[in-house]
Design a protein around this ligand. Structure first.
Ligand SMILES: Cc1cc2nc3c(=O)[nH]c(=O)nc-3n(C[C@H](O)[C@H](O)[C@H](O)COP(=O)(O)O)c2cc1C
Length: 160
């Protein structure tokens, strides 16, 4: 096996699937992207990380607004995961017509998600071609009891 490509092995790691939103509602500087590389990293204070490709449009917004909201999707929300996995363009607003309300931070809470975590960016660290964005959880809630969407559904974060 090539030492530089462990993709078949890495594909065995199970993940939840979330939409991470960022920006301030109302101003046209908001976005969201589908993320599977997400995990809790601290109990005290409660913190989590999301891992974002350095080249994604969302990176500038994360750096400038310093907040984000992780929305855990339900198992019936594959289409929403697909919508937010499309690259942001000036023409399309991925958040248009998606049920939402602003979190304390201003980022969008997707009100049909299973749960959300509203976070303040604590640090951003480089890891190869991605950035590890650690957030301190400022607010969180379970929105309903649906089962969460996971990569067991066949969804997968593929390179490029
Ligand atoms: C199931 C799935 C999981 C994904 N997980 C991640 C992830 O953890 N980190 C990431 O940077 N991109 C991930 N992506 C890709 C982004 O959602 C996609 O590149 C998106 O276009 C980025 O949005 P942006 O260009 O508006 O920033 C994932 C895509 C899918 C379909």
């Amino acid at each position: 096996m090539s030492k530089s490509d462990f993709s078949d092995v890495l594909a065995k790691i199970p993940y939840g699937v979330s939409v991470v939103t960022m920006g301030r509602g109302g101003v046209k500087v908001e976005n969201g992207l589908t993320v599977s590389w997400m995990s809790q990293v601290s109990f005290n204070p409660p913190m989590l990380m999301v891992v974002v490709d350095k080249l994604h449009y969302s990176v500038d917004l994360l750096r400038s607004t310093k907040n984000f909201c992780v929305n855990l999707l339900g198992e019936d929300q594959t289409a929403l995961a697909g919508r937010f996995a499309k690259q942001a363009t000036n023409r399309d607003d991925k958040l248009a017509e998606v049920a939402q309300r602003p979190a304390e931070s201003g980022a969008a809470i997707l009100t049909d998600a299973v749960a959300y975590f509203d976070c303040e960016v604590a640090s951003i660290t480089e890891a190869g071609d991605h950035l590890v964005v650690i957030g301190k959880i400022e607010d969180a809630a379970v929105l309903n009891d649906r089962a969460p969407l996971t990569t067991a559904s066949g969804l997968r974060y593929r390179k490029g």
